[in-house]
Every structure is written in structure tokens, then in C-alpha cells.
Design a protein around this ligand. Sequence first.
Ligand code: SF4
Length: 222
Amino acid sequence: MSSKNSMNNSSDNSASSSSDLLRSALVDSLQDPTPGTGYAGLTPDVALHQAQLRAGEDLSRSFAFTTRLEAVVAWGRKNALWPLPYGTACCGIELMSVMGPRYDLARFGAEVVRFSPRQADLLIVAGTITEKMGPVLVQIYQQMLDPKYVLSMGACASSGGFYRAYHVLQGADKVIPVDVYVPGCPPTPEAVLDGLMVLQKMIANNQPRPWKENWKSPYDKA
Ligand code: SF4
């Protein structure tokens, strides 16, 4: 009971102090001789309303929003990924449906598909990678903008899939650093969206990526 009373008292106090503030603002402005700044000629109700609006504007000017610069940058980065689809097989077709209106990757800010590595920061490897394609994949990865991310879509891109053969790379991570693996043959569009959200969380948390920091091209001559 006593705490309720004290709450009522404190809200009464704040209400009376804000109305005092408005009243004094009104009196001040009625006495303001500068043309256009006072409320002369207005009825008291209108003048009070104008004073309330002005007090509200003053409050909005004093409002401050604080955050960390890295958090704002990460927020923008995670919601504006530009993917480069490296589609080589059936998973590439499945990726098209992720981009289409039914699943609509645009909801995650990643619909600006680019076929130039210099305009992309998310490489989606979707399909079987042969040994011959390895150097091409590395070159594309190297030409992409930093910070860059790699999503491996499907069994073939992640592990070679059922192609346990001499000519198929047993996973894109044999040649480039992969951030997220999406399982399936092919993965469902929902699974790809889930993989993208995992990547967004990594970006938002500024998660360390030692697999990327320590990466060296396997094709560089020592
Ligand atoms: S994982 Fe399956 S669907 Fe995807 S490229 Fe390989 S064989 Fe095709």
C-alpha cells in the first residue's frame, strides 16, 4: 500500500513538474517580444497546445542514441550481403528458388546477386567442384571484396557428396575457407535461409574466423 502511494506521489510530482514547465514556457513565450516566437493573439488553449509542441520538440533535440561503431557496421553488413552464386550443378537450380519470390532471399537483404567477384562479399558454392575448377574458385574468392564470406551449399560443395572420385574436390574447404555448411542433397531452400541466418549471427557478433585469417591459397607457389 505504501509503495503504491509512493508511486502515485512520484507520478503526481512528475506530472505537476511537467505542467509547471509548460506553464512557465507559455508565460515566457507570451512575453517574448521577438516577432513569430510568441503566442500573442492566440487563445490560452491554443497557446498551451503550441507550448506543449515546442516543449516536445526541445525534448526530441535532447534525445541521444548510444551504441558502438562496430555494432552499427556489423548490423549494416549482415543485412546487406551481396552474394555471388557459384552454381555448378543441381544445387545451383535449388539456389534459384531461394532467390525467387516464394522464399525471397530479399527478406534478409541478400538479394543483390552479383556475377562479378569485385561486387560481391558472399560466395555461395552450390554444386560439385571438380579438381580442375579448384584454381578458378580460388581466383574468384581472392578477387572478392573484404570482408568476405563463404557459404557451402549441399553435400557436393561441402564434402564431394557421392562423388568419391579422383576428379572431384572433396569439399570446397580444401581450397577456400568456408564459414557455413548447409547439408542436404540438395538442401531445402529453408535450410539455405537458415545457413544465411547463421552467417548473419556470426557477422553481428564479430565472431573470430581463424579458418579465414590463417588461409593461404593451396595453389600459391612457396
Ligand atoms: S548435393 Fe546433390 S543436389 Fe547438390 S549438386 Fe550435389 S548431387 Fe546435386
